[in-house]
Design a protein around this ligand. Structure first.
Ligand SMILES: Cc1ncc(COP(=O)(O)O)c(C=O)c1O
Length: 394
């Protein structure tokens, strides 16, 4: 089976297409100097013209900073929401959102294969504040409906594609179930990026990103973002962000914005290379299964083709010989660097059970030991295929 392309890009709003927004939204040339790139406002405080006389609405950089504003305006445009907030990391964004929308005693449905750090936040931090959670197979909308009927939830936390099993959740269908049950729908859009998927347009209330990944795109900055559908929620979130302080620093915001300008072309190339890698792995005798939503045999393929514009750069696969064999493959690649994280221009390989998802060991979210995760970069596709071939047992 050959990995397929997603649906064509249908976005061309009044303000322009995706690529235009990525390069121009929030990024007008500097009025004072004409600099075409927003300056790094490396500053903590701002002169006031008399008490309370703010020149451009800024008084202190925890509350607001022009470089961060530029990033936030661009993120809001790319996700199609009225308000975005940029954070010091994806986890800071998640924590701020959850502490804004939830109160002690609330209940949240989470993916049965969530990112390990998200699970740790629920299981080890927020549970101490009486926020309960339940892992549910969110790809099964019937299971979501049943879980919501059994116990009211304040929110449903979706990842799609999931990290690391690449399962696909039908965002529009889950949004419908959430609306009926009075729950908010949050979608972690890190794996797809706004270039491939816009959850707010499909009915989500909030989108979360680890901008560390595809948005930044160069493995040189850690950051996070939340984009909301409701401006009033945006105001409440901004209040919590200012009160708790996990904001993106000016230089980090600038680096992330620089990465975003090339997001569209990078995502295209990630997708082409990942489809080639998935095709090669699918026929390799040492591989027992390939998890890539672009493959027609993937259980979420149809939904992914409906809600994504392409299938992205993440591929997971299982190898013959179990955990030790998987660990050995991870140690044999030369071009795929062994390391955590994803979404950068360079290809990465990792062993989720011992690395990114070690924190879910022994929990209902435990991942298989024979699983390998690839973040397929934008190097020459032939070189990537060759590297994997030489690393896999013959
Ligand atoms: C899907 C997903 N969400 C959230 C995060 C957390 O982001 P950060 O590492 O920027 O805090 C990650 C990190 O790997 C992730 O993969």
């Amino acid at each position: 089976m050959t990995a397929a392309a997603g649906r064509p890009d249908d976005r061309q709003g009044e303000a322009g297409g995706f690529e235009t927004l990525a390069i121009h939204a929030g990024q007008e040339p500097d009025p004072g100097t004409g600099a075409v790139v927003p300056p790094i406002y490396q500053v903590s405080t701002y002169a006031q013209d008399g008490v309370g006389g703010l020149r451009a609405g800024y008084d202190y950089s925890r509350s607001g900073n022009p470089t961060r504003t530029a990033l936030e305006e661009c993120l809001a445009a790319l996700e199609g929401g009225p308000r975005a907030l940029a954070f010091a990391s994806g986890m800071a964004a998640e924590d701020c959102l959850l502490r804004t929308i939830c109160a002690p005693g609330d209940h949240v449905l989470i993916p049965h294969d969530a990112y390990g750090g998200t699970y740790r936040l629920f299981d080890k931090v927020l549970n101490r504040w009486q926020l309960s959670y339940r892992p549910v197979h969110l790809a099964d909308t019937g299971a979501v409906r049943r879980a919501l009927a059994e116990r009211p939830a304040r929110a449903v936390w979706v990842e799609t594609p999931t990290n690391p099993l690449l399962s696909i959740v039908d965002i529009a269908a889950v949004a419908h179930a959430c609306r009926e049950a009075g729950a908010l729908l949050v979608v972690d859009n890190t794996f797809a990026s706004p270039y491939l998927q816009n959850p707010l347009a499909l009915g989500a209330d909030a989108v979360v990103h680890s901008t560390t990944k595809y948005l930044g795109g160069h493995s040189d900055v850690v950051g996070g973002a939340v984009v909301v559908a409701d401006p009033e929620l945006g105001e409440r979130l901004a209040f919590t962000q200012n009160a708790t302080g996990g904001v993106a620093a000016p230089f980090d915001a600038w680096l992330t914005l620089r990465g975003i300008r090339t997001l569209a072309v990078r995502m295209e190339r990630h997708g082409v290379n990942a489809a080639r890698v998935a095709d090669m792995l699918s026929t390799h005798p040492a591989v027992t299964g390939v998890l890539y939503p672009g493959l027609p045999g993937h259980p979420g393929h149809e939904v992914a083709a409906k809600q994504m514009r392409g299938f992205g750069g993440m591929v997971a696969f299982r190898v013959r010989g179990g955990e030790e064999a998987a660990v050995a493959v991870c140690g044999r690649t030369r071009l795929f660097t062994l390391g955590e994280s994803l979404g950068g221009v360079e290809s990465l390989i990792e062993h989720p059970a011992r690395m990114t998802h070690a924190s879910v060991a022994g929990s209902p979210l435990e991942v298989p030991g024979d699983l390998i995760r690839l973040s397929v970069g934008i190097e020459s596709g032939d070189d990537l295929i060759e590297d994997l071939r030489q690393a896999l047992p013959r």
